[in-house]
Design a binder for this molecule. Structure first.
Ligand code: GUN
Length: 288
């Protein structure tokens, strides 16, 4: 690993995601030229959460760029669990649907059970990699759809060209969507992995030991720049508004960039990679 205390190189997730989208576009075109139907991603959005609407719109836009058809279902927040499960079943049985995404969170206050909805999706069409079968496969190191944000983080990490074996990774955050699966993927690469969270006693000391830091807690600039070990790689999953309304990550970027060898910016780091990996998962489900 190239240890240095000069300002970090920026891991440009926007540029990498655009290269991945270009490659996917070519692969979709090749399938179409061979007379095959277009890949199809079903997107299901329940209720009026403004952030969820933005996320789904960005995902559908990216699909459009590469030639993946989106089959979009926008449901009233009161539709209820039974009707939602019925729709998932219909999408499972639709041959034009290769990937299914139910945007989370589901509305509060209804009878929704997110885990039951995720478990109802055909594991072979699980574009998000959230089905318990696929999460179990990840734990056992078997091939299966991998959640998009952790998969994108691994692609960014591979851009650094580092030998990860035996190095120490510290993951801050323990969500099912990011923290737990990224820890498993790093473990697959023979890293020593520590998972930290809100109850961790001395977060600064834990982060200070890390060759690789993944911050995924959703707390603006929680990871201070002077905690970062010189020469570390810092991957920031957070997208938060600070008190001045500015978009910031979970890492104090400018101070961390003085110490890290590589760092992802916010925005333009991990975020665009999540969408690219959703499209990649959809294409893989289609090609299989
Ligand atoms: N809500 C926040 N992130 C995600 C995601 O990656 N997939 C889905 N389905 N919902 C989310």
């Amino acid at each position: 690993m190239n240890l240095s205390d000069t300002p970090a190189q920026v891991l440009d997730g926007k540029a990498l995601s655009e290269r991945i989208l270009d490659s996917l576009k070519e692969q979709v075109e090749a399938k179409r030229n061979a007379g095959l139907p277009a890949p199809g991603l079903a997107t299901v959005l329940v209720g009026n959460d403004p952030a969820s609407h933005v996320y789904v719109r960005n995902k559908r836009r990216a699909c459009g760029k590469v030639g993946i058809t989106t089959i979009h279902h926008e449901l009233d927040e009161h539709i209820g669990q039974a009707a939602l499960l019925e729709l998932v079943q219909k999408l499972n049985n639709d041959p034009e649907v290769h990937g299914i995404l139910v945007q989370l969170p589901l509305p509060k206050g209804g009878d929704y059970d997110e885990n039951a909805v995720l478990a109802a999706i055909d594991p072979a069409k699980d574009a998000d990699g959230f089905h318990p079968f696929n999460q179990g496969a990840l734990m056992q190191g078997r091939k299966a759809p991998v959640p998009c944000t952790p998969k994108g983080i691994m692609s960014l990490l591979d851009e650094c060209g580092l030998d990860l074996m035996g190095r120490h990774a510290v993951v801050v955050g323990r969500s099912n969507i990011v923290g737990k699966p990224i820890a498993l993927l790093l473990l697959e690469r023979h890293m020593t992995v520590t998972i930290c969270h809100s109850r961790t006693r001395d977060l600064a000391a834990e982060v200070g030991r890390a060759d690789i830091v993944v911050a995924a807690v959703g707390v603006p600039e929680l990871v201070r720049g002077d905690w970062v070990k010189p020469g570390a790689v810092v991957l920031d999953v957070g997208i938060n508004r600070n008190e001045e309304g500015k978009l910031v990550g979970d890492v104090e970027y400018h101070a961390a960039a003085q110490r890290a060898a590589w760092i992802t910016p916010v925005p333009g780091g991990v975020g665009p990679m999540t969408i690219a990996m959703l499209l990649q998962n959809t294409f893989e489900a289609y090609a299989n």
